[in-house]
Design a protein around this ligand. Structure first.
Ligand SMILES: Nc1ncnc2c1ncn2[C@@H]1O[C@H](COP(=O)(O)OP(=O)(O)OP(=O)(O)O)[C@@H](O)[C@H]1O
Ligand SMILES: [Mg+2]
Length: 484
């Protein structure tokens, strides 16, 4: 048995031992070492380092030694280490010879003066050795880029008039009216059934207006719980509430300042808030919750609804004065059945979108399929059409979609009642909560299908509030495709 040295128990010896072990570790891991003097000239390289010389552009060690390090190793930071006396323990260095994980350590004399620096190449193939780390970094970077792009895209209008497909007389007329509206600053009210393209038109009007390069901010009044609408509209002053909502939050009006505010499903606004909205629209000024400071704003409003606003006014659930304030430039967006001449162009464009988005090959329709689609009662309008095309594209690999591909899904348009399929699917043996959840999911799906994706009507059909429906959809993560 060899005699063992015992562990030191004083700080200086411990540090010395640790430093030596650490250095040995690095030196063993190193794929190459390089030493520079205090002026930054290369004075020594080890044997392993020599294999990098050709890639750095040197034939012999003699040509390399004695040169200032930044002249012979591109992007090196050895001179920084000499200047600051601080090590750079781990760094990525990329140059002519490749990408390396490197470590740079200042060397000091007995008085603590920096007399040179040691550079070590730890890994010469970081892409393999450090794959997990670099992969993770690359993924995070990509996610960040995506998120930034998405945010920028959200703030930019997504659609122009060219995106509103069709050349039937009804379509030409609605586009003419919308173009005229874009040239003014007036409030626009888009009226029409669900899925007719009201949101698309709102984007297009904004994009074509003088505010086109300013923000387009949308708020869906059917999706925001009543209690939160005011804060969403006007924002929250710092410290307005104790607890969760301490921080200041900008409201949609403020975010839309200089641009356009899109009030979607405006018919669903709680009566209590209608007066506040009216005031904001009339005065062009707002007051954040919990603040008594009035702020001037400059927003152009485009409102949309699939409900009969006049009927709501008559029934007393929509303020007449707000209705008149919104109804300055009403534009009725025609249903699909009034513009069947557009069906060909629409399906073409929708199939192209579906192909681009899914990465599947582009499909086409046979004349028989097109004819069948022309006879269907499109209560969900273009959205229902898109959903039908998407569904068929998922169900078959065929490039040419025929009438028979559509018969099943169009005739099986679910009604509001619970389909038999659900009862069959939920086994009597499965636990009750699971069966209830499944039943709920199925009911929501069929209600949405029956209303062509209109959440307000679907909620009514289901006898639940729209806020509840949105909550449930969020947990289901199967919210029907929104405008995109
Ligand atoms: N003329 C059109 N050309 C191309 N796509 C259209 C057209 N009209 C509607 N769409 C598409 O149909 C879908 C529904 O449109 P949008 O969301 O604008 O309807 P909406 O009238 O706002 O419906 P809802 O009242 O249910 O909110 C979107 O995917 C949209 O891109
Ligand atoms: Mg809409």
């Amino acid at each position: 048995m060899s005699k063992r040295t015992s562990l030191p128990n004083d700080a200086v010896s411990i540090l010395k031992l640790a430093a030596r072990s650490m250095f040995d570790l690095f030196a063993n891991a190193a794929q190459g070492m390089l030493l520079v003097d205090r002026t930054g000239r290369v004075v020594w390289i080890n044997d392993a380092y020599k294999r990098f010389l050709p890639a750095l552009g040197f034939e012999s060690e003699q040509d390399f030694l004695g040169k200032p390090v930044e002249e012979v190793v591109q992007n090196t930071l050895m001179h920084k280490v000499l200047e600051t006396g601080k090590p750079i323990l781990i760094d990525l260095l990329t140059n002519k010879a490749g990408t390396f994980v490197v470590s740079r350590i200042p060397l000091r004399d007995d008085h603590g003066e920096v007399i040179g620096a040691l550079g070590m190449v730890l890994f010469d193939h970081p892409e393999t050795t450090l794959q997990p780390l670099i992969g993770k970094f690359a993924r995070l970077q990509r996610d960040l880029d995506d998120a930034r792009r998405e945010l920028a895209a959200q703030r930019r209008p997504k659609y122009t008039f060219a995106s509103f497909i069709g050349s039937s007389p009804a379509t030409v007329e609605v586009k003419r009216q919308a173009r005229r509206a874009a040239a003014t600053e007036s409030t626009v009210l888009l009226l029409g059934e669900t899925g007719t393209g009201k949101e698309l038109l709102a984007h297009a009007i904004h994009a074509a207006s003088t505010r086109g390069d300013k923000p387009f901010i949308g708020i869906n009044l059917a999706a925001v719980p009543d209690t939160l609408i005011e804060a969403e509209f006007f924002g929250v002053a710092p410290g307005a509430f104790t607890g969760a909502e301490r921080k200041q939050r900008e409201g949609k009006f403020k975010l839309a300042d200089g641009g356009t505010l899109f009030l979607d499903e405006v018919g669903d606004m709680p009566l209590a808030l209608q007066a506040k909205l009216l005031r904001a629209l009339q005065e062009q000024e707002i007051e954040a919750l919990g603040s008594n400071e009035v702020v001037k704003i400059d927003v152009r409003v485009i409102a949309a609804t699939s409900r009969d606003l006049q009927a709501l006014v008559d029934a007393g659930s929509f303020r007449a004065d707000l209705f008149y304030r919104l109804n300055v430039l009403p534009i009725r967006v025609p249903g699909l059945r009034e513009r069947l001449a557009d069906l060909d162009a629409l399906t073409e464009s929708l199939l192209e979108q579906i192909a681009t988005r899914s990465g599947m090959p582009q499909r086409e329709l046979t004349p028989a399929a097109l004819q069948l689609l022309a006879t269907h009662d499109w209560r969900g309008n273009v959205r229902e059409l898109r959903n039908a095309l998407e569904q068929v594209a998922m169900l078959t690999d065929k490039i040419r979609l025929d009438a028979e591909d559509f018969t099943n899904i169009l005739h099986a348009a679910p009604r509001a009642h619970v389909p038999d399929a659900v009862q069959a699917k939920t086994q009597p043996s499965s636990p009750l909560p699971q069966r209830i959840a499944e039943l709920e999911r199925e009911s929501i799906r069929s209600a949405l299908a029956a209303t062509g994706g209109n959440k307000v009507s679907a909620a009514k059909l289901l006898g639940i509030s729209r806020a509840t429906l949105y909550e449930k959809l969020a947990t289901m993560r199967t919210a029907p495709p929104e405008i995109s």
